[in-house]
Design a protein around this ligand. Structure first.
Ligand code: PPS
Ligand code: MG
Length: 349
């Protein structure tokens, strides 16, 4: 199976969704009246991105019956209080489709938008094909004006077979701790990977794609660490104890969203550690696209016990403790350090 047509559709869908999100983030950052606690811009961009991706996939694949596992549903938009937001989303989606020029449809109605969003209710699973979407991954980063990603993947018989990460604010040059980059660097990256065919990166503006590879270092002293920006999303103390054991010298690079997987796939840094607080259940849309982008670039993604991630169990991942990402050479010593640090943590409880 080549998945050629599916990859082209996914790239188009994620790029257009990125355009929609960029427009909303720009307005958000320019607005003086926007209060910091107002979550409405991210709400509008989240729903708009999901509606757009769902519509583009249906259109490009000429398929009425595809399955989509996605983060949002239209419940709140169907209420009286959601009508103004729904109008804004519908206008944004139509403006974005119009800006592309390749869609022959006249404008979508609010009902079309609600229907497109609700396609995302699929439960996924181990049989057949399922698209997996996080319309805005890193919502907190989006509101801060920092990193976020549109993450889209395709599962076939429970395995991730393609993945696309659109990262509108990620510099085209390396962001690892030791590299110099300035606020003038060009931003906006599109990573895409297909099973058995490697990972590529291009600019969201459409430069020609270049094959990328994870860092090949086997020396932990040269390896820098990526982790969640938000301390509430990952135990920073635990990753610090692990990297100390390994001998990592550089301070951690903390950025939001699956942009971490994208950055790692092109060799910015060599390790990504994620240890959610007890009780948190990881969703498949937070890792499916990132996972194939890294593995097709030569990296390894496992849970804290060294098992591959299983995307076939529905909307959630059933995980042992955390997620570990690195290259093949560093994995054995990293897993050992993870095991030792987890044992120390558990014995101190
Ligand atoms: N408590 C808790 N623990 C662990 N993870 C959580 C938690 N709460 C949320 N999330 C999920 O984290 C997604 C954001 O990605 P990151 O954690 O990699 O980035 S960051 O923390 O925003 O820096 C974020 O994705 P979005 O909701 O799409 O933004 C969540 O799915
Ligand atoms: Mg997410």
């Amino acid at each position: 199976m080549s998945y050629e047509k599916e990859l082209a559709a996914a790239n188009k869908a994620a790029s257009l969704a990125a355009r929609l999100c960029q427009k909303v983030q720009k307005e958000l950052l320019q607005s003086d009246v926007q209060s910091k606690s107002d979550k409405s811009p991210v709400t509008v961009a989240d729903y708009g991105s999901q509606a757009l991706v769902s519509f583009v996939l249906e259109n490009e694949l000429s398929s009425e019956s595809f399955s989509l596992v996605a983060e949002e549903d239209s419940g709140d938009l169907r209420k009286e209080s959601g009508q103004e937001t729904l109008q804004r989303i519908t206008k944004l989606v139509n403006d974005t489709l119009l800006s592309d020029g390749s869609f022959s449809v006249s404008s979508l109605t609010t009902e079309d938008v609600l229907r497109a969003i609700d396609r995302g209710k699929s439960e996924g699973g181990s049989h057949g094909r399922h698209w997996v979407l996080d319309p805005i991954d890193g919502t907190k980063g989006f509101l801060r004006g920092d990193q976020y990603a549109i993450a889209l993947a395709l599962l076939d018989e429970g395995k991730v077979v393609l993945g696309v990460l659109a990262c509108p604010n990620l510099p085209l040059v390396s962001i690892s701790g030791d590299s110099q980059h300035s606020s003038h660097d060009e931003v906006g990256c599109l990573f895409f990977a297909k099973v058995g065919a490697g990972t590529y990166m291009q600019s969201l503006d459409g430069s020609s794609p270049k094959k990328v590879h994870v860092s090949t270092t086997e020396n932990p002293e040269e390896a820098s660490l990526f982790e969640s920006f938000e301390a509430a999303h990952s135990l920073h103390d635990l990753s610090s104890s692990i990297t100390k054991k390994l001998g990592v010298k550089a301070p951690p690079v903390r950025i939001d969203s699956q942009a971490k997987y994208g950055a790692l796939s092109r060799g910015d840094g060599a390790i990504y550690l994620r240890f959610p607080h007890k009780g948190y259940r990881e969703k498949i849309w937070d890792h499916a696209a990132g996972c194939i982008v890294v593995t097709e670039a030569g990296g390894v993604v496992t849970d804290a016990a060294g098992n591959p991630l299983d995307f076939s169990q529905g909307r959630y991942l059933n995980l042992d403790t955390g997620i570990i990402v690195t290259n093949q050479k560093l994995m054995p010593s990293l897993l050992k350090a993870v095991r030792e640090s987890l044992d120390e943590k558990n014995s101190s409880l």
